[in-house]
Design a protein around this ligand. Structure first.
Ligand SMILES: Cc1cc2nc3c(=O)[nH]c(=O)nc-3n(C[C@H](O)[C@H](O)[C@H](O)COP(=O)(O)OP(=O)(O)OC[C@H]3O[C@@H](n4cnc5c(N)ncnc54)[C@H](O)[C@@H]3O)c2cc1C
Length: 147
């Protein structure tokens, strides 16, 4: 009986120690983030954010909306001219020149964005994404923000 009580006490003690350690770590990382403040994005974070914008824009393109086709293609061309990393922008501009996007079709533009992204993935030795509409819809389809 005494042995059982002791083992329960040890388990409670372990639970308490683990709980306290986790709480301290969570608080510490939160306070550290607050002290540090928000930082500019890294090259990777920026790339990730741009691709999210590019793929979701294509996935949610409503070609019947006035000017949508022109605006979408203007955006692609603007990125090719203004993307903040020189090497990336030069490669992207070359891809756009060699493979002009068709912005009059939602699916074609979506596939085009995938091919453009895969060009970078190839250079960075990252896995290639399957550029079919069903895979792309699974990853980038509706954001639930229509209307
Ligand atoms: C226009 C442009 C040009 C770039 N050029 C360069 C460059 O020359 N050199 C360089 O080092 N970095 C470049 N980058 C950044 C690079 O592509 C990545 O964004 C960055 O390395 C971060 O990679 P990540 O692992 O977070 O995933 P990312 O490559 O940013 O991908 C984000 C998510 O997109 C999905 N995804 C991956 N591939 C595809 C695809 N083909 N189609 C659809 N969805 C996909 C995946 O779910 C992935 O998690 C460029 C970015 C942009 C927007």
């Amino acid at each position: 009986m005494l042995k059982l009580k002791r083992s329960i006490n040890i388990q409670v003690l372990y639970g308490f120690a683990i709980g306290t350690t986790v709480t301290i770590l969570v608080l510490y990382s939160g306070i550290w983030t607050l002290i540090q403040g928000e930082k500019p994005p890294t090259k990777e974070e920026m790339g990730n954010a741009y691709w999210t914008a590019i793929h979701t824009l294509a996935a949610n393109l409503q070609v019947e909306a006035t000017g949508a086709e022109e605006h979408a293609c203007n955006l692609i061309h603007a990125i090719a001219k203004l993307y903040p990393c020189l090497e990336c922008r030069e490669h992207f501009a070359q891809f756009v020149a060699d493979n002009p996007p068709n912005c009059s079709s939602r699916n074609e533009l979506l596939i085009w964005t995938c091919r453009a992204h895969n060009e970078v993935n190839k250079r960075n030795r990252k896995p290639l994404f399957a550029c079919d509409v069903s895979s792309l819809d699974g990853r980038w389809g509706s954001c639930g923000c229509e209307g």
